[in-house]
Design a protein around this ligand. Structure first.
Ligand code: ADP
Length: 556
């Protein structure tokens, strides 16, 4: 029997039209350093219309790619909405990748037009000669004549435009096409390429729409929210925030390039931020800043933390010192990205041991995402909270393959295909699932430390070390060991006020953990190296250790 329901395609333009019409007075606030500038969702809709007309006038048609090289600000949000809504494909470039990787990614995606923030125009001008397919550059904000000339210089660049001038005079209404296929690509994102070239994922209108609605539900986004989007719009589809804000009608606070703890605290206080999103490093910095420079965070009910494991010590400190709930979430670029969100079951008393066990887990699978654990023997492991396996996932916003343009080598193609098994995505993450669908990750498969017959979770060790009051940050990697194959190396950043050294920290750790887990190798470092999206860069630590660049103390 056929249903009698209307068949309406799920399109980004539906989210754009809904948000800018029904929630027209909501705001996008962009931090400017001293204060902020603000536009309404109505204006977002009008400028999105103008941008779409302008892009058409530059020849953008069909599914051509429009790249961005921008911070999180109102213009980036407008681009996020306008480009897919007109049928083109948005590609937010990761401004923090190494130049060869940015060049690879922009060429691989075939970006034709790139929109660039004025504060990033100079570094972009250095990349542009290597991006032969880029015909137009649109600059958001004023630039000097020299930078303009550098952008205009490569022969393949037809013209360089100023955002405001380009949009001025364009009609504010755009007839967003309704006959787009909901399965066609709306945007794309590349992984940060921890090994080899970054891999591209093409999201569809449908996947983004369904992800936005589910993310809004799972995170409890509300119309009275003011969401601070610290996660860059180029990282893992911005965790869905541009689209979920439209769905929930929540206002947005965009930090632009002011990502240090002091401006973040200032914008949270001044803009009465209610909820935010970012990787643990950001919130860890903020927490330390607040210890010495208090700010009023009373409007803030929660911060969603993902991208790497949220240390329980961080979660508890925010809760007890600032009454801010850290909501742990897990996902991947390949998953749009949200897979799990750690909202403890409602019957648990806040602050009880059981509550923290759930809150500190990676979270419960969200509706739409199916998970299975595959053990070392390729057997599917039960959801008993104990059996360990690699997590595999499937669902409507999980990619079924990586984006390929035909130029990939045979090895790359095989590597890309190896990430899928019978319609499931292999996440490369190892852990357990409880009977009620909570995921506890022990590690990334490649970071697990294989010591003799035991597997040691580098994340468990990091969390345990970071719970010591004298430790600011700690990262643990496996290093070769003659006797055990591999043993943990702990690299520790001490707080400026630290009274204990690593020997005392190790002694203290011995009261918390079994002896076989305790690292014998310790290094005190100034800062844990970070990846382009602010995660601990274990690759760099391993290299530094192998090259003898770390001052390692042996403690037994
Ligand atoms: P990249 O692979 O370039 O680092 P992603 O942000 O897509 O970019 O990385 C996804 C990976 O990040 C996951 O497979 C997982 O290993 C890690 N990750 C994400 N969220 C969490 C979390 N809450 N806890 C532990 N690891 C996480």
């Amino acid at each position: 029997m056929d249903s009698t329901m209307q068949r309406t395609p799920l399109l980004i333009s539906s989210l754009l039209r809904y948000g800018t019409l029904v929630h027209a007075d909501q705001k996008v606030i962009t931090w400017t350093g001293e204060g902020s500038r603000s536009i309404t969702y109505r204006q977002v809709g009008e400028q999105a219309g103008q941008l779409a007309h302008a892009l058409r006038s530059l020849g953008v048609t069909g599914d051509q790619r429009v790249g961005t090289f921008m911070w999180n600000n109102a213009e980036h949000l407008i681009t996020y909405l306008a480009v897919p809504s007109m049928g083109a494909v948005l590609h937010a470039l990761n401004i923090r990748l190494f130049p060869p990787q940015i060049i690879y990614v922009a060429n691989h995606a075939d970006d034709r037009v790139v929109i660039v923030d004025n504060t990033l125009a100079k570094p972009f001008a250095g990349l542009l000669p290597h991006l032969p397919r880029v015909q137009h550059v649109i600059v958001n904000g004023p630039i000097d004549a020299e930078t303009h000339a550098a952008l205009q210089d490569p022969a393949h660049v037809e013209s360089v435009h100023d955002w405001t001038e380009l949009l001025a005079g364009q009609p504010t209404a755009y007839d967003w096409p309704l006959d787009l296929d909901e399965d066609s690509a709306s945007s794309m994102c590349y992984t940060s390429g921890t090994t080899g070239n970054p891999k591209g994922v093409a999201y569809s209108h449908r996947s983004n729409y369904l992800h936005a609605v589910t993310a809004a539900l799972a995170l409890g986004a509300r119309q009275d929210d003011r969401l601070l989007v610290v996660v860059p719009l180029f990282h893992a589809n911005a965790w869905g925030f541009p689209y979920l804000a439209m769905a929930a009608g929540a206002s947005l606070v965009m930090p632009d390039r002011f990502l240090q703890a002091a401006p973040l605290a200032a914008m949270m206080e001044q803009e009465k931020v209610t909820f935010g999103a970012g990787v643990p490093t950001i919130w860890n910095d903020l927490l330390r800043h607040l210890d010495t420079s208090p700010a009023d965070l009373s409007a803030c009910r929660g911060l969603v933390v993902g991208g790497s494991a949220a240390p329980p010590a961080l979660m508890k400190a925010f809760q007890t010192k600032h009454d801010v709930t850290i909501i742990h979430a897990w996902g991947m670029t390949e998953m749009s990205p949200i897979g799990t969100v750690a909202t403890p079951p409602a019957h648990l008393e806040v602050g009880s041991d059981d509550y923290w066990r759930y809150a500190a887990s990676q979270g419960r699978l969200v509706v739409g995402v199916e998970g299975r654990l595959v053990g070392p023997d390729d057997e599917v492991a039960p959801w008993d909270g104990e059996s360990v396996g690699e997590l595999q996932v499937r669902g409507p916003w999980i990619t079924g393959s990586y984006y390929a343009n035909g130029a990939e080598s045979e090895v790359e193609r095989m590597e890309m295909e190896s990430k899928f098994q019978d319609g499931w995505l292999r996440t490369g993450d190892v852990g357990t699932l409880t009977p009620d669908g909570f995921l506890v990750l022990t590690d990334r498969a490649k970071d697990v430390i294989k010591s003799g017959g035991e597997w040691i979770s580098s994340v468990d060790l990091e969390n345990a070390i970071m719970a010591h009051p004298n430790v600011q940050e700690a990262s643990v990697v496996g290093v070769p060991d003659e006797r055990w194959g591999e043993r943990p190396l702990a690299s520790v950043v001490l707080r400026p006020s630290a009274t204990a050294g690593v020997a005392e920290i190790r002694e203290w750790l011995a009261t918390q953990l079994p002896k076989w887990m305790l690292p014998e190798r310790w290094a005190v470092i100034d800062e844990v190296p970070k990846t382009s999206v602010g995660k601990f860069d274990k690759k760099v630590l391993r290299k530094q250790y192998a090259a003898g660049e770390l001052e390692v103390q042996s403690l037994d």
